[in-house]
Design a protein around this ligand. Structure first.
Ligand code: SF4
Length: 101
């Protein structure tokens, strides 16, 4: 009887690979130009593009993984985990200065 009950038990899900978070990203299929600035982009155009990207990130189910990846790898370009390049530079400066704000 125990064997019969055991055989109905669903197989445990395979442990997710660490890189699997990318497969769940809300930005899959979105043009990379939404997340990465073209040469010479400035001012309102840049702010508008970054806001559009951050809007996509806002509800992304893997925002935390994406942001952690970008911070761990010191990603210099693009929007990652809802953070702009400037956001990540500020974050790194705060860490270097020992501030936790
Ligand atoms: S947080 Fe933003 S950049 Fe990161 S995977 Fe999600 S949608 Fe893409």
């Amino acid at each position: 009887m125990l064997l019969a009950e055991t055989s109905r038990t669903p197989a445990p899900a395979a442990a997710p690979r660490p890189e699997d978070w990318r497969e769940l990203a809300s930005c899959r299929g979105v043009a990379s130009s939404v997340f990465f600035s073209p040469d010479g982009e400035r001012g309102h155009a840049r702010a508008r593009r970054e806001a559009n990207a951050q809007q996509i990130c806002q509800d992304c189910p893997v925002l935390a993984q994406c942001r952690d990846h970008a911070l761990d790898e010191d990603e210099p370009y693009g929007i990652w985990g809802g953070m702009t390049e400037a956001d990540r530079r500020r974050h790194a400066r705060r860490l270097r200065s020992g501030s936790r704000r």
